[in-house]
Design a protein around this ligand. Structure first.
Ligand code: PBG
Length: 330
């Protein structure tokens, strides 16, 4: 029988034949509400310096940070993740600058929350930007100490909460830190402050530009004794179960693009919302190709964000957050 044409009952192309139908059957959407914009902060006044490996991304002094937050708020982008660039002479072995009351970071949190109380401020808890060793924990004889580091993380998280943070995001990958931070917050009257845990954070090559932005690269060795091996998927479930039991409100996967399977895995194994961090190296790669004229920027950026949502992420931390709204790409 002539099977080629008439007898073909299923023709999936029918649902792709016009823009209206394509939109009708579209399964995944990205909106401003899903996006969290990472912002880099530096000391000084009226400062705005571009990160050379991240075209379009700047380090802001607090006054300019407030201007940037305002322009984002006007676009409907209302969640921010703040990261400080700390000058070398303020760094030490115990990251004491991370919980000093007048530190750049705490002043920045307070400034944003005072001026924009309705903004959602996510804060990063890890020692690396403040550590003279450039590691996320206390270093002793070349080793990263776990339980001793928890005390520093607890002080940092408490200082963030006292300064007005809405969501605390521990990115350090020490064991037990979600439970420890939850306890410190609860004991001090911050039961309402959320925890977005970097649950499956991999020892990735894609953090390079971020470390340039903050000048926070490890002074020796690598982060493989605490961040996860990129070859592992099942191990992410161990971390996810722990974080959930310890009281996390969100589970994060990082990086995003090379780890879409991990996003999907966590999505299928928890009821908590999943966040994914579309990291600096993913941004840098795309921008470099666009600058060379090798990729169409709008199509590449929207495809990346849609794919991360399709894999199962509710929230996306992304350096593209503002440009997609400015350019009305969504
Ligand atoms: C610090 C931290 C890192 C990132 C977020 N928090 C770097 C690292 O672990 O070395 C990376 C973000 C990015 O690359 O965009 N603990």
């Amino acid at each position: 029988m002539d099977y080629g044409s008439e007898a073909m009952l299923q023709r999936p192309r029918r649902n792709r034949k016009s823009e209206v139908i394509r939109q009708m059957v579209q399964e995944t959407h990205v909106s401003a509400a899903n996006l969290i914009f990472p912002l880099f902060i530096i000391e000084g006044e009226n400062q705005k310096t571009e990160v050379s490996s991240m075209p379009g991304i700047f380090r802001y002094s607090i006054d300019n940070l407030l201007r940037e937050v305002e322009s984002c708020m006007n676009l409907g982008l209302k969640s921010f993740d703040l990261f400080p660039n700390i000058s070398e002479e303020l760094k030490d072995k115990y990251a004491t600058e991370s919980h000093r009351d007048e530190s750049l970071y705490l002043r920045a949190i307070r400034a944003v929350k005072t001026n924009f109380p309705e903004a959602c401020v996510v804060t990063d808890v890890a020692m690396d930007p403040y550590s003279s060793d450039g590691h996320d924990g206390i270093v002793e004889n070349g080793e990263i100490l776990n339980d001793e580091t928890l005390e520093v993380l607890g002080k940092m998280a408490l200082a963030h909460a006292q300064s007005g943070a809405d969501i605390i995001a521990p990115s350090d990958m020490m064991d037990g830190r979600v439970g420890y931070i939850r306890q410190v917050l609860d004991d001090n009257g911050f039961k309402h402050v959320s925890i977005m845990s970097y649950t499956a954070k991999y020892a990735s090559a894609f953090y390079g530009p971020f470390r340039d932005a903050l000048n926070s690269a490890p002074k020796f060795g690598d982060k493989k004794t605490y961040q996860m091996n990129p070859a592992n998927q099942r191990e992410a479930l161990i971390e996810a179960n722990l974080d959930e039991t310890e009281g996390a409100d969100f589970l994060m996967v990082k990086p995003a693009l090379a780890y879409l399977d991990v996003i999907k895995l966590l999505k299928d194994n928890t009821e908590l919302p999943i966040a994914a961090y579309n990291v600096s190296g993913e941004y840098a790669m795309l921008k470099a190709a666009v600058q060379k004229g090798w990729l169409n920027e709008q199509r590449a950026v929207t495809e990346v964000l849609t794919s991360i949502r399709r894999a199962g992420a509710t929230a996306i931390l992304t350096y593209h957050a503002k440009e997609v709204l400015v350019n009305k790409w969504l």
